[in-house]
Design a protein around this ligand. Structure first.
Ligand code: ADP
Ligand code: ASP
Ligand code: MG
Length: 425
């Protein structure tokens, strides 16, 4: 029996009962002969509550202190979980990200893991303990400050530890039975996926399917760590995310033409109005944005009006970065040369993902037909080889996701899309 890494999300450890339930599960894995490393998130919506608290004290809290505050959430759950395991008669030790050897760069609030040196975790396992690690956090290599990995970052901690410890599998326990063809909170007829490739999962995750964080999938693909996404509330098999299809009976699961529909309402749109239509303008705008360390998503440049020679450029970015982007552009207004800025946070994005798109030319037409039949107006479009995304009004998103899901024959005949916990926040 090898080493397994299990990650439990906030909804799985939302209260004392949840912690005790999870502790029993962990002890089962240990009794089955595995060495067990557990990565745990903050209880329930603790991280959101800490963010609200920080904003009441200061509208723009400093990154270092903000990270110090947020990591407290995971510290609470790791210690309680270790206590609950000991109460069941098994030895457990908890570790902060820093103690577990999670080394990051120094970009506060969205640090990247650059190395994992899990010496203390190994020692603890070799001494017969279950090792509990606080997710979502590390320590910066140069300044030795505490950092966080961005929202949902415990998933990345789990895969990074699995890679560093050469684990058999990384199990991600959450409040649904696996990865579905759409968010079960929105599509009641969503279908559980038995196996999905890293590539399709990466597109779903980066398009808003928060069941797995995209950085975690990226990491798993790079180190070829199979992920098993499952519920901590049921005993059902979940979804395997790996490079090769899993075996079911005597045959391999087939790659679906369409893996699923993702949606995202966490982005906003900025339109830079009245930009001179000449070389270097887009470069100046996006240099300003990148100097502010903001990642953008979609871009569209309108045709310029012949009479004025001016054009508009729109792009989308995380709402959380909206203020920073507007401030940076305003500061550079004369250098770039534009009339005004428009900010719109009432947008939503719907994405259809599937490797089969490459070889099925009808997919794009069917996607747009489904949206038009549902009366949904499209504002921006972007595509990759295996994804089509559109931006619409935020109010239209749920309806659009359901329409596309049905149009592509993804609706399930059974009621398998159960949501066991969580607030969906
Ligand atoms: P955790 O607290 O365990 O990290 P998250 O809230 O981050 O849980 O992720 C689980 C949630 O992801 C589910 O409750 C579900 O609403 C959402 N979700 C979005 N898209 C999907 C999908 N395609 N399949 C499953 N869950 C999804
Ligand atoms: N607690 C952090 C968050 O809510 C990290 C995580 O849950 O993965 O984003
Ligand atoms: Mg999560």
């Amino acid at each position: 029996m090898g080493l397994v890494v299990q990650k439990y999300g906030g909804s799985s450890v939302a209260d004392a009962e949840g912690i005790k339930r999870v502790a029993k599960r962990i002890v089962e894995a240990k009794k089955n002969g595995h060495q067990v490393v557990v990565v745990v998130s903050a209880m329930g919506d603790t991280t959101d509550e800490l963010i609200d608290l920080a904003e009441q004290v200061s509208p723009m809290p400093a990154g270092r202190e903000f990270d110090m505050l947020l990591t407290a959430g995971e510290r609470i759950s790791m210690a309680l979980l270790a206590m609950a395991i000991k109460n069941l008669g098994h030895e457990a030790q908890s570790f902060t990200g820093s103690q577990a050897g999670v080394i990051t760069d120094s970009v506060h609030n969205k640090a990247r893991i650059i190395d994992v040196t899990p010496g203390r975790i190994r020692q603890s396992l070799d001494a017969g303990n279950i090792a509990i690690v606080a997710g979502f956090q590390g320590v910066s290599q140069d300044k030795k400050d505490i950092t966080t990995l961005g929202r949902g970052g415990s998933d990345t901690t789990a895969v990074a530890l699995a890679a560093a410890l050469d684990a058999e599998v990384c199990e991600i326990y959450t409040d649904v039975d696996g990865v579905f063809t759409a968010d079960p909170r929105v599509v009641k007829k969503a279908k559980k996926i038995d196996w999905i490739s890293f590539e399709d999962m990466l597109e779903l995750a980066s398009s808003g399917s928060k069941v797995l964080l995209h950085r975690c999938v990226e990491y798993a693909r790079r180190y070829n760590i199979p992920i098993h996404v499952r519920s901590s509330f049921s005993g059902l098999k979940g979804t395997w995310v790996s490079s090769e299809p899993i075996q079911q009976g005597d045959k391999k699961v087939e790659q679906a033409i369409i893996s699923g529909v993702a949606h995202d309402t966490s982005e906003a749109k900025i339109t830079v109005v009245g930009v001179p239509d000449k070389p270097g303008e887009a470069a100046a705008i996006f240099r300003t944005i990148s100097d502010a360390e903001i990642n953008i998503d979609m871009i569209v440049q309108n045709v310029s009006a012949a009479s004025t020679g001016l054009t508009d450029i729109s792009f989308t970015l995380p709402k959380a970065e909206g203020r920073k982007a507007i401030d940076a552009l305003e500061k550079n207004k004369h250098g770039i040369g534009f009339d005004s800025l428009r900010y719109d946070d009432q947008i939503g994005k719907i994405s259809l993902v599937g490797a089969g798109m490459k070889t099925n030319p009808g997919v794009t037409a069917d996607f747009f037909t489904a949206l038009s039949d549902a009366g949904v107006n499209i504002e921006l479009i972007s595509t990759s080889e295996i994804r089509i995304s559109v931006v619409t009004r935020a109010d239209d998103v749920n309806e659009a996701v359901r329409a596309v899901h049905t149009a592509f024959g993804l609706d399930s005949d059974s009621d398998e899309a159960v949501v066991y916990g969580g607030t969906g926040r």
